[in-house]
Design a protein around this ligand. Structure first.
Ligand code: ADP
Ligand code: ZN
Length: 219
């Protein structure tokens, strides 16, 4: 079983992916997180990806496909996995089908009004130490500016700056949104309305992925 979380930047894919990972026991694979780690560690791959990420553009298909190919080969992905942020282009979707095509898949489309995206992304704060994610309106830390988990000072992701957010949304509409039709044609697309609280959306996703069948082939 493979669950693909699909949605615009700011749709809440990462938050929902975490919740879903805990519920299903499947690892959540975020290409954004893998790339940010590579950038922090200054690996050759990270150095190649850094500029595109800072500007809100896509990293090359070849780089992200390599990351995903290596990650899904790990033993903890054997029963299933959750993809967050991949595929982001039709080319990547075809590469994924070629890597692991026999595995049944379901695409959860987190559908959100584009108007709220800029606000959500510019309100996001992250912990540079333990990578916890907060939102000034939806999920604020108990003490302003301080990570609940580890006490570090929260920061804003560089690509959450307002100008970069606009590029990311434009890239999403041009490159990634067409994937919705691609997965609809494969009859694996399941829309979920992203209005509501984090818990309400998690429940809507759980309903789509009936818990009794979440680890098996969808009907
Ligand atoms: P968001 O979904 O909020 O935009 P992510 O953390 O998923 O953020 O991704 C951050 C950045 O990492 C993207 O703007 C892009 O530069 C790069 N990236 C992540 N996944 C991919 C991908 N599948 N293909 C190309 N670039 C990617
Ligand atoms: Zn922390």
């Amino acid at each position: 079983m493979r669950i693909i979380l699909f949605g615009a930047p700011g749709s809440g894919k990462g938050t929902q992916g975490d919740i879903l990972g805990k519920r299903t026991g499947f690892p959540r694979i975020s290409t954004g997180d893998l790339l940010r780690l590579a950038v922090r560690e200054r690996t050759p791959l990270g150095l190649r990806a850094e500029a595109a990420m800072a500007e809100g553009r896509l990293v090359s298909d070849e780089i992200v496909e390599g990351l995903v190919r290596d990650r899904i080969a790990a033993a903890d992905c054997r029963a299933g996995y959750i993809l967050d942020g991949f595929p982001r282009t039709v080319v990547q979707a075809e590469a994924l089908a070629a890597m692991d095509g026999a595995r049944p898949e379901i695409v959860i489309g987190i559908e959100v009004d584009p108007e709220v995206l800029v606000e959500r992304l510019s309100g996001r704060r992250v912990c540079p130490s333990c990578q916890a994610v907060y939102n000034l309106s939806a999920q604020p830390p108990a003490r302003p500016g301080v990570c609940d988990g580890c006490g570090a000072a929260l920061v804003q992701r560089p690509d959450d700056a307002a100008e970069v957010v606009r590029t990311r949304i434009a890239v999403y509409l041009r490159e990634t949104a067409p994937l919705k039709d691609y997965y609809r044609r494969k009859s694996v697309y399941r829309p979920v309305d992203a209005r509501g609280t984090i818990d309400e959306i998690a429940r809507a996703i759980a309903l789509v992925l009936d818990p009794k069948t979440a680890g098996r082939t969808p009907a």
